[in-house]
Design a protein around this ligand. Sequence first.
Ligand code: ARG
Length: 582
Amino acid sequence: MNIRTQLDTIITQALANAGADNAPAVVKTSARPEFGDYQANGIMGAAKKLKMNPRELATKVVADLELNNEITELVESFEIAGPGFINIHLKNTWLAERIEQTLKSDNLAIAKTNKPETVVIDYSAPNLAKEMHVGHLRSTIIGDSISRVLELLGHKVIRQNHVGDWGTQFGMLLTYMSELKQESSELNSELEVQLADLEKFYQAAKIRFDEDETFAAQARENVVKLQAGDVEFLKLWQQFIDTSLNHCDEIYQILNVKLTRDDVAPESQYNDDLANVIIDLDKTGLLSENQGAQCVFLDEFKGKEDSIIPMIVQKSDGGYLYATTDLAALRYRHNQLGMTRGLYLVDARQSLHLKQVYVVGKKAGFVPESTSLEHMAFGTMMGKDGTPFKTRSGGTVKLIDLLNEAKLRAFDLVTSKNPDLDEESRRSIANTVGIGAVKYADLSKNRTSDYIFNWDTMLSFEGNTAPYLQYAYARIQSIFRKAGDINNNAEISLLEPAERLLATKLLQFSEAVEIVAKDGTPNFLCNYLFELSGNFMSFYEACPIMKADEVTKQSRLKLAKLTANTLKTGLDLLGIDVMERM
Ligand code: ARG
C-alpha cells in the first residue's frame, strides 16, 4: 500500500472510532513542508455531520492514532492546525528504511493490484485510407502510456487497434488501384511506388472520383462487391491495407509505442457479425424504423431542446454504420476477450457516439452492467494561433513529417550544446530528445483540453519538458561515473531538509502511478517526475555528494540512485527513453 492510502485507511478508521462513520479522512500530500508531509483534511466535514467542534474531533482522533502502533511506526508526530486539519510528520528512520527497501525491490516497490482486471484498451485506430496525421498522435501516445501503467500494476491488458479499413472510401481507392493495374505492365512495382505516398494516392483517386461520373459509379459498385466478399477485390484491398499498416508500423516504431500487428482488430473483422447485431437488437425491442433506417431511440440521448438524437445502426439501403461496428466490437471484447474494463482513447468529439454505444450495448446485454466502459476523451492539438494544427498551406500535417521535423530540430539543439560530439552520437541523442519532447508535451497536458503545439517550449531544457527530465537523469549518471559503485551496506540518513524532501517524494511514485491507472491521466505522472527532478536539483545544490565524508556520501548516492531509477521507470511508463549522456 502506498503511504497516502495507508494513512487514509487508518485515519478513516480512527474517525469511525470517534463516532464519525463513513467519513473519509481525505489524506493529501501537504502543500508546504511546514505543514508536515501529509495532512488529513476530512475532519471538518465529519465534525459538521456530527454537529461537533472540529478541533475537538481532531483531538479525539489524534489521541486514538497515538495509541495505534500501525501508524506510530511511520509517524513522528501529529499536529492539529487551523480549524481542524491534522498535519502528519513522518519518521526519518522509517523513511530511510522504506528507501532502502525500494532500492532493493524490483519495480520500485510498486505493488501489484489485488483486483486484476482484463482491460481492453482501444487506441490509435487510424483510418487506413490515408496516412496517419497529427490527429492520431494523442490517442496513440496517451493510450500507450496508460496501457504500460496498467500492465505494471498487474492488470491483463489487451490492446485493440480498431483501424478503419472498411468504409465507402475503399471503393474509390480500389477502383483507382485497378485502373493503374491495367495501365501498367509491371503492375506491382508501379503500384508500390504510387502507394508509397498514400496521401497523394488518396488525392489522385479523389480527383478521379469527383471528375468522372463512370469512375464514381464504378467505385460505388466496387464497395458493394468488396463487402460481399469478391475475391479479386479482397486481394487488391488486402494489398492496400498491408501497405497502409506498414506506414503505421513505421510510426509506432519511431514513437516507441508498443502496438504490433497482433493488436490490429480492424473494422472489417466485424463485418460478418453486423447483420446479427441488428437481429439481436431487434429481439430486445430496442430497434425502431425511421424513414427506412433502423434506429435506437433512448431518453439518454437528448440533444438540444430535449429532442432525442437517435443512434442509426442500419441505413435505408441496408448499409451498416460506424456505430454498428462498435456494437459488434463491444460484444466481441466481452465474449471473446473477457473484458471487465474497456477504455476508449478517442477524440472528445465522438463522445455522443461512444455514450450511445455503451448505453445500447448494456441495454442489449452485449456487455454486463458491471463492465466499466470509459471514454478517455482528449481535445484537439492546436497551432500557435489557437486554431487546429495545419501545414502552412492549410492541409493536415502528416505524422511522419512532424516526427522528422522533431528529430531535425533536436539535432540542431544538441549540436549547439555539444558541438564537439561526433555526428552519430548527436543524431542518436537528438532522436531520443526530439521524439521524447513531442510525446511529453502532449502527455503532460490535461488530456481533456485542447493544447497548443509549440516547438520552442517542448524542446526547452527548462520547465516541465522531456529534455529537462532526460537531462536530470543523465546528470545523475555522470555522478555515478565519478563516484563508482555504491556501498550497499551504507546507511541512509535524512538529516538535511533537502534530503528528507527528496526521500518523501521518491516514496510517492506509486501514488502518481495509481492515479494514472484509475483516471487515465499521464499528466499526473509527468507532474510527479517534474517535481521529483526539482527536488533532486535542490538536493544536489544543498547537499554535496563527492565532497561529503564517506558515510554521508554513500547515503546521498543511494538517494541519487533511487532518483535515477524512478526517472527511468517513470519515463518508460510514458514511452520515453533516457540516455546515459547528453
Ligand atoms: N477510426 C476512428 C477515427 O479515426 C477511431 C476509432 C476509435 N475506436 C472506436 N472503437 N470507435 O475516428
